[in-house]
Design a protein around this ligand. Structure first.
Ligand code: XMP
Ligand code: MG
Length: 175
């Protein structure tokens, strides 16, 4: 990746291997069941697409959009559902698919909201985790990579809506 101010943190190959591993794990854990994957837009669209192609149990996918950041790179702590699910999750084995857990506020809110809708089970799979930044107690059931407290982009993650199409994960430096 020959782009200025971008430092590769996780390569395309490393992500591919990890996504395979996570897909295998989920397929084993839900053997004999089916899952409803909830893709949290926009950041997790790439991860969700790749992950579900590694999951061998029957699956459906639904999309939900939340906003916590506005145009800033810091969480405001105020979460809004911009687009809700189109279907009921009652009685379903739900897996929330996230790109990254940072403060944990978004997932904390989503878990609370979705658990009132009576799913059979509710788990979280995140590609990236920044544990240092946590403001609320929040642990994902499946974690791809723990990363340091740096703003990252690529593989679905954006800076001002750009860079989502980069195949790896990169640290964007300011200079
Ligand atoms: P919280 O703080 O609620 O944040 O756990 C989760 C959401 O914040 C976004 N986020 C990032 N987006 N690079 C990004 O492009 C980052 O380093 C980053 N950290 C948090 C992301 O949308 C995530 O779902
Ligand atoms: Mg997100």
């Amino acid at each position: 990746m020959e782009q200025e101010n971008l430092k590769e943190l996780i390569s395309k190959k490393e992500i591919q291997n990890k996504v395979k591993e996570l897909g295998k794990q989920i397929s084993e854990d839900y053997k004999g069941e089916e899952i409803l994957a909830i893709c949290v837009l926009k950041g997790s669209f790439v991860f969700t697409a790749d992950l579900l192609r590694e999951v061998t149990v029957p699956s459906t996918v639904e999309f939900l959009a939340v906003s916590s950041y506005g145009a800033s790179t810091e969480s405001s702590g105020i979460i809004r559902i911009l687009k809700d699910l189109d279907c009921s999750i009652e009685g379903k084995h739900v897996v929330i698919v996230e790109d990254i857990i940072d403060t944990g506020l978004t997932l904390n809110y989503l878990m609370k909201t979705l658990s009132t809708r009576k799913p059979a089970s509710l788990k979280v799979c995140t590609l990236l985790d920044k544990p240092e930044r946590r403001e609320v107690d929040m642990k994902a059931d499946y974690v791809g990579f723990e990363i340091p407290d740096e703003f990252v982009i690529g593989y679905g993650l954006d800076f001002a809506e750009y860079y989502r199409n980069l195949p790896g994960v990169y640290i964007k430096s300011d200079e």
